[in-house]
Ligand binder design. Structure first.
Ligand code: ADP
Ligand code: MG
Length: 704
């Protein structure tokens, strides 16, 4: 995409460099630059993280535990306690009958002397509940002459605390903002949002909003500000959401101007593939297949996100799309997040497609030397019609002869850079490539609308028939022996089981160690049962050998880390044990549980938790036990943990908002979309500067 055009001259705060402000030299400018602040506009959009209320001087009786407060009292007594930690205690009284204890761990003899009995002390700090009285630990302290001075010390506005970087003090921020706000009065920023939209939503103008947020008058509700419910804040979040919508919608319009190969073949292969399947497509699969097929036949690049719960049968949908492209004479690339999964796709697709005379090519990291050279040659000359692999498929050394379609499985697992690379892939003719992105993380509609406004959505909202619902139970780990007996029993019945070890830290090493120990234990306790182990630190060849053993049935119990979270499909496995489920997010638990229940046999999932459970953990495990729908679980997960967790941090990072929060601000999204359309249609000149203001160089992310 082109860089946005320069904003109109009138919007000069967007161009006024911070170096124009007083006392901003090269050092300070460099520090600001670290936070992405170059202009006065950038500065004004650097909002306080929180506020301190020094507008009111509270008496001790008014103090609330947990709040920060400004208060005043007279020193009654002091003491230095020697002990594990030497500390200075200062007892204050204020004539209300209540006391306040100040504690200091670092202090000089001069400071001790300053707290002479009878001295008036003004302090600001967090109020804590002490043993006998309220306390403040290391408050800011001023020695006050009299009550009149106290009155003067109370400030007229709430004190903003800015997110900062090393070497930038709050006082510096305040002085910078003071100057920026003066500029704002002289040269107002352009308000790109139409006035009628703002008044319809009862939101203030941009200028008013910025002034309120940087200098909130004492009358403003501190909690409304902190919880970001205040209209001034909502005003800015709404503008940011609108900017995102504008950007994504513009992309969508732009994509419609690209050409792509029309993937229309003789129409023989798809019916052939359907004929070899051991099942009939569900109505949902039929609908989605038709949507995709129509997209592929059009001369515009498809950008479609296919959402479908675990086990909803996305692979066959991808296979039908691939076959359509292949029949039209184009190559297809299928990208999976792990080598394990790519191999599994290769295996299942090979079985289906062999009967059609198509031999998929699997390109793995382990393919080296001559083998690799041959594979690369087959991709380059077009003889490899379907290429399956990980993101390594998009390394520079891989050149396609005539790529027509890219399918990305479990797309939420890919990083931005990888998806950007994907976008650069072109068919030999220079045409854009069709893209089908698949995800098993069902994203609640509101979030999907925010994040994927540039994509078409397809949803597989039905599971194939004949699945017996999985029963889920939560069992404390004190009953581990019982659970092991249950695994043994299942194996005796000819079934297979997964045993998943989890750790909270993202440490693959520790997690792998835990899995190793568990595997040893289970081997010792399950006489005559073959126990296999897979974890992230094994060589992929070893791991694949164990997986192959599990798939063939030679391995009966598979101990694994969360590496098996996505995609693994073994129909005979009917028991899933998840250790420490309280450490995982709901969507992750749901994905793991989805590894069983893939055949007709009754499957069970045992959540082996460690007591005592926190209230939230109890609630979460309750949701998992009661709910089988991935969409419902995602909604709950979103509410309990926030967007970043549902999407995976990587993906959320790609779409990071500065102020808006797609969950909290759900209610604004529809209006932001309407406003975006209105701007694109009626105020095209506002589009580029609005995007520049909020997304700047990050707009590239919106293009994947
Ligand atoms: P996911 O959406 O999780 O990727 P898969 O594509 O792995 O799901 O499908 C899960 C299992 O369901 C596979 O064994 C697949 O062959 C099977 N399957 C897919 N569609 C149907 C269907 N319409 N009827 C019966 N089984 C199906
Ligand atoms: Mg899958």
């Amino acid at each position: 995409m082109t860089t946005p055009a320069a904003p109109p001259v009138g919007d000069s705060l967007a161009h006024l460099p911070v170096t124009q402000l007083k006392r901003v030299g090269p050092t300070l400018a460099a520090r600001l630059e670290r936070l992405g602040i170059r202009t006065v506009q950038d500065l004004l959009f650097h909002l306080p993280l929180r506020y301190q209320d020094r507008t009111r001087l509270l008496c001790f009786a008014e103090l609330i535990v947990g709040d920060e407060a400004l208060t005043v009292g007279t020193v009654r007594d002091t003491a230095i306690t020697e002990g594990q930690r030497r500390s200075l205690k200062v007892w204050l009284a204020d004539g209300t009958g209540h006391g306040l204890l100040l504690r200091f761990f670092h202090f000089s003899p001069q400071q001790v002397a300053a707290f002479a009995s009878g001295t008036r002390v003004r302090c600001y700090g967090e109020v804590r509940q002490g043993y006998q009285t309220l306390e403040m630990v290391h408050p800011e302290v001023q020695f006050a002459a009299d009550a009149a001075a106290d009155e003067a010390a109370a400030e007229a506005v709430l004190t903003p605390i800015y997110p900062s970087t090393e070497g930038l003090q709050q006082l510096t921020w305040r002085s910078l903002m003071e100057q920026a706000l003066t500029w704002l009065v002289r040269l107002p920023l352009i308000d790109y949002l139409p006035a009628e939209v703002l008044s319809g939503l009862a939101l203030p103008s941009l200028r008013e909003a910025l002034i309120t947020l940087h200098r909130p008058p004492a009358s403003v509700s501190l909690s409304a500000l902190m919880e970001r419910r205040h209209p001034a804040f909502v005003r800015l979040a709404f503008e940011e959401l609108t900017a995102h919508q504008v950007s994504l919608r513009r992309l969508r319009l732009l994509q419609k101007t690209y050409t792509a190969p029309q993937l229309i073949g003789a129409g023989q292969l798809c019916p052939q593939l359907r004929a070899v399947l051991p099942f009939q497509l569900t109505a949902a699969q039929e609908r989605v297949v038709a949507e995709i097929s129509a997209d592929l036949a059009a001369p515009r690049p498809m950008r479609r996100l296919l959402q479908g719960d675990v086990g909803s049968g996305k692979t066959i949908v991808a296979a039908l799309a691939a076959v359509q492209a292949i029949e039209a004479g184009y190559q297809v690339a299928l990208m999976a997040p792990t080598e394990l999964l790519s191999e599994q796709h290769h295996r299942s697709l090979s079985i289906w497609l062999a009967l059609l005379g198509i031999q998929p090519l699997w390109l793995a990291g382990r393919h080296k030397g001559k083998e690799r050279a041959l594979a690369l040659a087959a991709i380059a000359d077009g003889s490899a019609q379907l290429v399956i692999g990980t993101h390594a498929l998009f390394q520079d050394e891989v050149t396609f002869h005539n790529l027509g379609l890219v399918v990305v499985d479990e797309q939420q697992r890919f990083g931005v850079a990888q998806r950007l690379k994907l976008r650069e892939k072109r068919a030999a003719t220079g045409d854009a490539v069709h893209q089908l992105l698949m995800t098993a993380t069902p994203i609640p509609r509101s979030l999907a609308m925010t994040l994927y406004a540039d994509l078409e959505l397809s949803v597989l909202d039905e599971l194939p028939p004949g699945r017996t619902p999985i029963t889920t139970v939560a069992v404390p780990d004190t009953r581990r022996a019982e659970v092991i007996a249950r695994v043994y029993h299942a194996c005796q019945q000819g079934r297979q089981a997964y045993w998943v070890c989890t750790l909270i830290e993202e440490s693959e090493l520790l997690e792998s160690q835990a899995a190793e120990e568990t595997a040893q234990q289970l081997t010792a306790q399950l006489a005559g049962v073959t126990v296999g182990l897979v974890h992230g630190r094994m060589k992929s060849t070893e791991r694949d050998a164990v997986m192959a053993g599990f798939i063939s049935g030679a391995v009966r119990v598979l101990v694994a880390t969360t590496v098996i979270e996505v995609g693994v499909d073994v129909a005979n496995a009917s028991l899933m044990i998840i250790e420490n489920p309280e450490r995982l997010g709901l969507s992750q638990l749901h994905q793991l549980r989805g590894r069983v229940g893939r055949g007709a046999i009754q499957s069970h999932c045992v959540l082996l938790y460690h007591a005592p459970l926190s209230q939230v953990a109890t609630e979460r495990l309750g949701v998992i036990r009661a709910t089988a729908s991935g969409f419902e679980i995602a909604e709950r997960d979103l509410a309990l943990r926030g967007a970043g967790e549902v999407l995976g941090t990587r993906q959320a990072g790609a779409m990071q908002f500065q102020l808006a929060d797609p969950l909290r601000d759900q209610g604004l999204i529809a209006a932001a979309q309407r406003t975006a359309d209105q701007l694109l249609a009626q105020h095209p000149d506002a589009v580029a500067p609005l995007i520049a203001r909020w997304l700047g160089r990050r707009e590239a992310y919106g293009q994947v």
